[in-house]
Design a protein around this ligand. Structure first.
Ligand code: BEZ
Ligand code: FE
Length: 286
């Protein structure tokens, strides 16, 4: 096509990807081209603005590495990661929430109930959870992949003072679909503030860098949709300003003081009561 003008350029550009061999990829790319063109028209994008955007994207790429994806962070702070989580959530199941950058495949398998406290400093707590289907029937075949940050706010991968695989595990639920993890209370922490996403975009917008305290869990069971989600602490001050839009009411749990001398002895608490967060996790059928 040689006579390209404002009226035909979008269709010409979209059509040029008609040859992509994968049908779904063709849909994704052609729709993206159309949305980008519409965006440029809507805001009457200038050359200077487009060049500035490319400089920003270059910086996002430059700081990214095998252990750091500034592009994921960009998606997170723009709400795109959470939008995809919400689009992918089944309404009959517990809602999904961001995976984040600190999941690693192959966490140690521990017996259930598990104890992750080790040498970690912080408030000792119990997470008690049941896993069931969308009708409330327990799922004894479920497995859990769990990870969280330490008392200093950091995950073990970015903190040489922590042992490998600190505060993470995989486990199987009980015959009743239940599991218990003794751990320390998660704390709020900030997204990286040394890169272009924070320095050029989020900070200038006057936004907070904080994520509210949370546990991450991936819950799987044969025949059910795997759930990637987070469990938040009802007393956290940042619940209403999560920089990555991960909070949903159904994911907020409150610690209750429970009288349980045996659990206290098990996790080294001197008294007879222990703060327990009780949650129910529902999975949807495939
Ligand atoms: C996290 O939950 O660990 C996380 C999520 C998004 C960006 C940064 C951290
Ligand atoms: Fe996290």
């Amino acid at each position: 096509m040689r006579n390209i003008d404002l009226a035909n350029i979008t269709e010409a550009a979209a059509q040029s990807f008609q040859g992509l061999p994968d049908a779904r990829q063709q849909v994704l790319v052609q729709a993206l081209v159309k949305s980008l063109h519409q965006y440029a028209k809507d805001v009457q994008l200038t050359h200077a603005e487009w060049r500035a955007a490319l400089v920003f994207l270059h910086k996002v790429g430059d700081i990214s590495s095998d252990s750091r994806s500034e592009f994921s962070l960009l998606s997170d702070v723009m709400g795109l990661s959470s939008l995809v989580d919400l689009l992918d959530s089944d309404p009959s199941a517990t809602p999904g929430s961001v995976l984040g950058p600190f999941h690693t495949v192959g966490s140690p398998w521990l017996d259930n109930p598990a104890n992750l406290i080790g040498a970690n400093e912080g408030q000792r707590v119990l997470l008690r959870a049941s896993v069931c289907d969308s009708a409330g029937q327990p799922l004894p075949t479920a497995t859990i992949d769990f990870w969280q940050n330490a008392g200093n706010g950091l995950y073990w991968q970015v903190d040489p003072s922590q042992p490998q695989d600190n505060l993470r595990c995989q486990l199987k639920v009980s015959a009743e679909g239940r599991f218990e993890i003794a751990t320390i209370r998660a704390v709020p922490y900030q997204i990286p503030t040394d890169g272009p996403v924070w320095l050029d975009l989020v900070q200038p917008a006057g936004r907070s860098a904080w994520r509210p305290a949370h546990f991450h869990v991936i819950v799987s069971a044969p025949g059910y949709r795997t759930l990637v989600t987070e469990l938040f602490d009802a007393e956290d001050p940042y619940l209403d300003s999560d920089v990555v839009f991960g909070v949903r009411d159904a994911l907020v749990g409150r610690y209750q003081e429970v009288i349980d001398p045996q659990a206290c002895a098990r996790i080294g608490l001197s008294g007879t009561t222990v703060p327990v967060m009780n949650v129910e996790i529902r999975l949807a059928h495939v």
